[in-house]
Design a protein around this ligand. Sequence first.
Ligand code: ZN
Ligand code: ZN
Length: 375
Amino acid sequence: MSKRDYYEVLGVDKSSPADVIKKAYRKKAMKFHPDKNPDDKAAEDKFKEAAEAYEVLSSPEKKAQYDRFGHSSFGGAGGAGGGGFHDASDIFENFSDIFGDIFGGGQAGGFGGGGARSRGRATPRPRRGSDLRYHLELSFLESFEGVKKEIEFEVEEDCTECKGSGIEKGKKPVTCGTCSGSGQVIQRQGFFTMATTCPACKGAGQIVKDPCKRCKGQKRVNRTKKLNVTVPAGVETGTQVRMSSEGDGGHLGGGAGDLYVALRVLKDPKFMREGLDLVTKVEVTYLQAILGATFETESLNSKVILEVPEGTQPGDEIRLKKKGFSAHRGGGVGDLVYRVKVLIPKKISGDESKLLKEIALTKGEEVKEKSGWFS
Ligand SMILES: [Zn+2]
Ligand SMILES: [Zn+2]
């Protein structure tokens, strides 16, 4: 499903200040509000679209992320930490300040009885657990070959003792006396009456007299989790391995979040990666460079036979096809590349010097007569 640009949705641009964005959103929210457009699916979609756009553009961090990476920064609809509202009451809950301005307060009258509908008792609803990110370091060799690693991390999940209710087994919450269970209290200010969230029960309408002993009424507990991560061959720093439903547990039957294992590959002193190629240096003597040679040398995880052709120049590359990195996604295998360094000796024996001078003589080349002042 392709998504419209958030700026386009609200009719603002990147440089619009926060209050302009807020105003633009209020206008859209008024226009497409479900109370004004009963049973109008198109209006409801527009309402949700505007809310999603505003959720991102009203947060400086999310806006900056969106400006840089677009929709993909939130992993699509409802993805990793991203927007995506499922029903209208989510929207009211998220932007209660704005809806308070528009629909609440009783000043404007506006949309009659229902008004801001989520203002009533806040019944607990299932909620998906958060996505988590784990940073995993790999050696260069592990990134080349792939590896299985055990990781350990903390997840938050519903307390198993009270199943996420926060209430001791067998006990029941009692109706809040302050609001008689409605979750809100009416306040009078001059001519106006205002409904606000009940301070005693925080809108729940009920009070827990016997909190669960295990979670102390917190509903959620932390647990250490161990997991085996299979890292495929060919990954790089920045590659993420997604492990579905291994993040925080859902609340009241909501699904678990995902775990993203973010990889960082350490450097190797001898080998490096260029695209899919595995690159290193090899030293050859000047004689091997001129005459050619075949010898055994090291690769990252094995020995290879390297053929140095005649007339090899310093900096030349010798490629062993398809012995580099394999792409962890999609096809393709890189090469193993040896960059040649030719060693010119700083000192040679008298015999070697004599032979080389003879060669120079036959080629008619001007060379130094003596190898040193005192020889
Ligand atoms: Zn109450
Ligand atoms: Zn509990």
